[in-house]
Design a protein around this ligand. Sequence first.
Ligand SMILES: NC(=O)c1ccc[n+]([C@@H]2O[C@H](COP(=O)([O-])OP(=O)(O)OC[C@H]3O[C@@H](n4cnc5c(N)ncnc54)[C@H](OP(=O)(O)O)[C@@H]3O)[C@@H](O)[C@H]2O)c1
Length: 239
Amino acid sequence: MLIRDWEGVALIIGAGDIGKSISDYLLNVSPNLDVIVCGRNLSKNNGIYLDLEDDHSFDSFEKEIALFQKPLRLVINTSGFLHSSSVKPEKRLSHINRSNIIKNFSINSIAPILIAKSIEKFIRPELPFSFASLSARVGSIGDNRLGGWYSYRASKAAQNQFLKTLSIEWSRKFPFSIVSILHPGTCDTKLSKPFQSGVPKQKLFTPSQSTEYLINIISEQKPSDSGKFLAWDRCIIPW
Ligand SMILES: NC(=O)c1ccc[n+]([C@@H]2O[C@H](COP(=O)([O-])OP(=O)(O)OC[C@H]3O[C@@H](n4cnc5c(N)ncnc54)[C@H](OP(=O)(O)O)[C@@H]3O)[C@@H](O)[C@H]2O)c1
């Protein structure tokens, strides 16, 4: 279906650089879609506060969705974690520690499947519905040639397994649903900023470039494609 014909409610989870760019893009191109950003750093009045590490926040998120008059048609999870002032991706085994692993898994693996659990009761089985979540190529086990970044890699691989499993359950419950696991390319955002030095300029996308690639992929997917792990250029990434 053409993006401009999408109708209903779209939730963009994660108010980061790619999340905000996707919401701006959809607001421009899809006049019949109510686009709502859900996250912690909300700049607009129509957002829903959601802290993905807080179960109470998920409860109030569900209460907000229950108030919608229009059907939920699209959910894009753009949240993610790679580094903070205290947590850095591991260069080697000696950098591994329990709290870093838990932090990465909490946001990159557990949050996406909890989002799916929260939205499930609002999916209308008779309507097309898309759930897309941003993973990362470095979460591919088959494509891991450089090593390092243990927690980020493993947490994205775990997200992929959660969402592949979800796609199988939802294909039975919701025959018009599509679950997509997407790699946005290397994109100039807060998340990638400290790691951009080795990236050739033409391979570093702006958030709006990644947005166009991702929205085009999401709009092309059919229910029979559900559960695929796809890169920005439509290539299937090995698990
Ligand atoms: N940029 C790249 O090159 C690249 C490459 C591959 C994959 N990805 C993936 O693409 C996705 C989008 O990342 P981005 O590049 O746009 O980075 P970003 O600007 O850092 O966005 C990530 C967002 O996740 C949100 N988030 C983290 N923990 C949260 C929590 N507990 N509750 C609610 N929101 C939370 C952050 O919110 P706060 O601002 O409140 O912390 C942030 O806005 C991520 O999944 C990332 O792994 C990015």
